[in-house]
Design a protein around this ligand. Structure first.
Ligand code: GLT
Ligand code: MN
Ligand code: MN
Length: 390
């Protein structure tokens, strides 16, 4: 029976073909699952109630060396599977990291022909995505970086990246694709150091682009946690600038390699504040689960992974609702947010008069320091909501 924990299309829960289609290969071990074709992956997602859509890299759908006839057949089967399962393609992207040609980067490669090839590959990927109905296009520069700064000029790399994006924005406009671009940061892996290491790096780049209005970010939980950062704050920065276009939900132990664990499975407290932020802000974009099942799982368990991802989100959404409705918590919030109308007005906007008034205001720092901040109590109540007894 449907209840508040049943995932619905309203949350726009999506999965990349590469997520539930992950075959369990890692740098030390061979695949543990047989590969599924794109249509089979869509069928699998169709069995996970609440899934809204599916996303792909160009080569998740069409292998890089497919013949035109093979490509046509794959697209036909994929479209049929989408129709049969009532799923949409909500985002598309380009694989600019797997092929050896990109071993030293795509847009930031030291080789002008490779940079041109990368842009050309994106143009084709954009066309493929548009054919499937995508309006969001993600850029994850997995190979845009270095192992040694002797090999590439980091200032030049930024300029090259900007040039490629400016070109592709114009291309999207000229083809009337209607795309929004979302940039995804990561600090390292697979490169020793990746440029645009955190979401904030892209937020700084966007205003320097030719079409900033088309561009936003696609932050991923694991990518900021790898660097020991507070992901919620990165997402807040994007939201505050109206630049949160897409989000990759997964989980990760701090300081480890990119684990891509099921959402909420490693750090439920951080996941709670993230869901609360997304829900309270009215974020209406897709929520992609960019994670994969454990290497030990078979496809039955992969479905449990997908269902669990959505269910955890819904549980945390319900917890956020409880937190917001909790009278004691709200009372504490009121107590700690000390309002002083006149002073707030004074510092809201600079004027010589306000500056003078502020300098003449008596502010007793010793008295101010004594205002109670019962944060232990507030956090304990939060944990009690999270642990299910409140
Ligand atoms: C790759 C990466 C992800 C990115 C994908 C988009 S590909 O799986 O680890 O974080 O979102 O290019
Ligand atoms: Mn991602
Ligand atoms: Mn990742």
């Amino acid at each position: 029976m449907a209840d508040a924990l049943t995932p619905t299309k309203q949350q726009k829960f999506t999965f990349g073909l590469w997520t539930v289609g992950n075959i369990g290969r890692d740098p030390f071990g061979e695949p543990t699952r047989q590969g599924l074709n794109p249509a089979q992956i869509v069928d699998l997602l169709g069995q996970c109630e609440g899934t809204y859509g599916v996303n792909f890299h160009d080569n998740d759908l069409i292998p890089i060396d497919a013949t035109p006839a093979q490509a046509a057949q794959i697209k036909k089967d994929f479209k049929k599977a989408l129709r049969d399962n009532g799923l949409v393609v909500s985002m598309a992207t380009t694989n600019l990291f797997s092929d050896p040609v990109f071993k030293d980067g795509a847009f930031t490669s030291n080789n002008a022909s490779i940079r041109a090839y990368a842009v050309q590959k994106c143009m084709r990927a954009m066309e493929l995505g548009a054919e499937m109905g995508a309006k969001m296009f993600v850029f994850w520069g997995g190979r845009e970086g270095v192992e040694s700064d002797a090999t590439k000029c980091p200032v030049e790399a930024i300029k090259r990246f900007r040039e490629a994006i400016d070109f592709l924005c114009e291309y999207s406009i000229s083809q009337k694709f209607g795309y929004k671009f979302a940039f995804e940061a990561k600090p390292n892996e697979p490169r020793g150091h990746i440029y645009f290491a955190v979401t904030g790096s892209y937020l700084a780049l966007i205003p320097t682009l030719a079409h900033p209005e088309m561009c936003g970010v696609n932050p991923e939980v694991a990518h900021e946690h790898m660097a020991g950062l507070n992901f919620v704050h990165q997402v807040a920065a994007a939201l505050e600038q109206k630049k949160l276009f897409h989000i990759d939900l997964n989980d990760q132990e701090f300081g480890r390699y990119d684990q891509d664990f099921r959402f909420g499975s490693a750090n439920p407290k951080h996941a709670f504040f993230l869901v609360k932020l997304l829900e309270d802000s009215g974020y209406s974009g897709a929520r992609q689960f960019d994670a994969h099942a454990y290497r030990q799982s078979d496809y039955e368990d992969v479905k449990e992974f997908a269902r669990g991802s959505m269910r955890t989100y819904m549980i945390l959404k319900e917890k956020a609702r409880r937190w917001n409705a909790d009278k004691e918590i709200q009372g504490l919030l009121k107590q700690i947010n000390v309002e002083e109308q006149l002073l707030s007005k004074l510092v809201r906007r600079f004027s010589p008069g306000n500056a003078k008034k502020l300098l003449n205001t008596e502010l007793d720092r010793k008295r101010l320091a004594q205002a109670p901040l019962p944060y232990e109590k507030l956090d304990q109540l939060t944990m009690e909501v999270l642990m299910g007894i409140r």
